[in-house]
Design a protein. Structure first.
Length: 104
């Protein structure tokens, strides 16, 4: 049942619920390189994307064999924060790991 209230003339007015849209999602991707250790990539996937060991290993092997792997899809601000965290962690450890995001 729709909630109702009186409008300015004292007549009943039906309130309409505003339509909400799901936020646009962005894919976060890891890209292969010849220098970043596989163990570091697994650690990144476990720590920043909350993957279990098997999921992290599968994604790491996908990155290694196909050149790119999907870490997850998130709203823009979350995806941007994850990319920044991954890139900062990689640079801190001296790895050239590339993490990007793109619209889903």
């Amino acid at each position: 049942m729709c909630p109702r209230e009186l409008d300015n003339d004292g007549d009943l007015a039906t309130l309409t619920k505003p339509e909400t849209k799901r936020p646009k999602l962005y894919k976060v991707l890891l890209h292969n390189d010849d220098y970043t250790p596989m163990e570091f990539v697994v650690m990144v996937l476990k720590d920043f994307f909350h993957k279990n060991h098997d999921e992290a290993t599968y994604i790491m092997l996908t990155v290694h064999t196909k050149g790119v792997g999907l870490c997850g899809a998130f709203p823009f601000s979350v995806a941007e924060a994850k990319v920044t965290k991954v890139m900062n962690a990689a640079r801190k450890e001296g790895h050239p790991l590339l993490c990007t995001m793109e619209p889903e």
